[in-house]
Ligand binder design. Structure first.
Ligand code: AMP
Ligand code: MG
Length: 318
C-alpha cells in the first residue's frame, strides 16, 4: 500500500510495483510524474494530451520553442509516430532500448499534442532501457513526453533528491530508483537524406554511430536551435564554473578527475563512463557547498568525454 497520495506536495516513493501502477494511473489521468531513466530522471506526461504536456512546460519553466522527447515502449510504438527510413530503423534496432534519441519526420495523424514538437514537422523519439521507465510505459499504455526533471536551464537530475530540490511541490509523484547509470542525457541524432547529424552528444558516442553511415556523422553547428542542449547556457549551476583546472584557487570547490584529486573526484581511475555517471551529482554538490565558485579538472575529449565536455562548456557559460 502506498498510503495517502499528497497530490501537489512532491512525493518521493521507491519505484516498486504499487508505485509504478500508481504512476501509470496518474499519467493516464493527465498528471505529470518524475521517472528514472538510464540517462537522467525525466518529467513524464501523456504525449497525446495537450493539458498534460502543458503541465511539463509550466513545472519546468521551459520555453515553448523547446520540443520534448517522446519515450516509447518499442519500435512498433515509435513507427506509429514517425516515418522510419532504412538508416533510422537500423539505428533503432542497434541502440534501442538505450540512450539514443532519433529525430524523424512526424507521421501524419500521429497522436501527439502540438506542443510536444513545438510545431516542428519532426519528432524526437527514444525507447529507454531503464526497467522502471519501461514498466511505466507498459502499464500506462501511453507514449510519454519526458524532458529532464529539473527547472529549465538548471543542472539535470540523476537522483530523486535532485528532482525534489529543483521541482519540489510542482510534481505530484517522484519514482525513486537510485542514481542513473549513464548520468548524461541521451545522444540526439537527426537522420537527413540517410545521413546522421548529431544534435546533442551523449552516451551513444560518435565512434559507435559512424559504423552505420557511409558519411562521417556531422555535428550540428547551425544557428537555429533545434535542441535545448544547443543553447549556449544550459545545465548551469548558480555559481561560476572554471574549466581545465589543475588546482583549486581561492574560494573554489574543485571537481577532480584522475590524478587531479579535488574536493570531489569524478573518477579517481580516470574512467570516462564513471565520470559521466557522477558529473551532475558532483555539480549539484559543488553548487550546495559553502565555496564561492566551482572549478573542474580537464576531461579527455574522446568517447563519452565529448558529451561530458559539451555539458561542462554550457555549464560554464552564463
Ligand atoms: P531534454 O528532454 O530536456 O533532454 O531535451 C529534449 C531535447 O530533444 C531537446 O534538446 C530538444 O530540442 C530535442 N528535440 C525534441 N524534439 C526535437 C525535434 N523535433 N527536432 C530537434 N530536436 C528536438
Ligand atoms: Mg534538460
Amino acid at each position: 500500500m502506498l498510503g495517502s497520495n499528497t497530490l501537489g506536495n512532491g512525493w518521493v516513493v521507491p519505484a516498486d510495483d504499487a508505485a509504478i501502477t500508481a504512476a501509470a494511473d496518474l499519467l493516464r489521468g493527465g498528471q505529470i510524474v518524475a521517472i528514472p531513466t538510464e540517462t537522467v530522471y525525466g518529467l513524464a506526461a501523456d504525449a497525446s494530451n495537450a493539458d498534460a504536456v502543458a503541465h511539463i512546460y509550466a513545472a519546468k519553466g521551459r520555453p515553448d520553442f523547446n520540443p520534448l522527447i517522446v519515450h516509447v515502449h518499442d519500435l512498433a510504438a515509435a513507427e506509429e509516430l514517425a516515418e522510419f527510413g532504412p538508416l533510422a530503423r537500423q539505428l533503432a534496432e542497434a541502440f534501442w532500448p538505450g540512450a539514443l534519441t532519433l529525430v524523424l519526420p512526424l507521421r501524419e495523424g500521429a497522436k501527439v499534442a502540438a506542443a510536444v514538437t513545438a510545431g516542428l514537422p519532426t519528432i524526437a523519439l527514444r525507447c529507454p532501457a531503464h526497467p522502471v521507465m519501461q514498466a511505466v510505459l507498459a502499464k500506462s499504455g501511453l507514449n510519454l513526453a519526458a524532458p529532464s526533471a529539473n527547472k529549465s536551464g538548471a543542472i539535470s537530475p540523476t537522483r530523486a533528491e535532485h528532482v525534489l530540490a529543483s521541482l519540489g511541490g510542482a510534481v505530484p509523484m517522484i519514482l525513486d530508483a537510485g542514481p542513473c547509470k549513464e548520468g548524461l542525457e541521451s545522444t540526439i541524432v537527426a537522420i537527413r537524406l540517410e545521413n546522421i547529424e548529431i544534435l546533442r552528444p551523449g552516451p551513444v558516442t560518435t565512434e559507435s554511430l559512424q559504423t552505420f553511415s557511409k558519411r562521417q556523422p556531422s555535428q550540428q553547428t547551425g544557428q537555429k536551435i533545434e535542441a535545448p542542449g544547443q543553447l549556449a547556457s544550459h545545465y548551469a549551476p548558480t555559481k561560476t564554473v572554471r574549466l581545465n583546472a589543475q588546482i583549486a584557487e581561492d574560494g573554489e570547490w574543485l571537481i577532480g578527475f584522475g590524478t587531479v584529486a579535488g574536493h570531489d573526484n569524478l573518477s579517481p581511475t580516470a574512467d570516462l563512463a564513471q565520470a559521466a555517471a557522477h558529473l551532475f551529482d558532483a555539480l549539484h554538490r559543488a553548487d550546495a557547498s559553502p565555496y564561492r565558485s566551482i572549478a573542474v579538472a580537464d576531461i579527455p575529449d574522446k568517447g563519452i568525454g565529448v558529451a561530458i565536455n559539451d555539458r561542462l562548456k554550457r555549464a560554464a557559460t552564463r
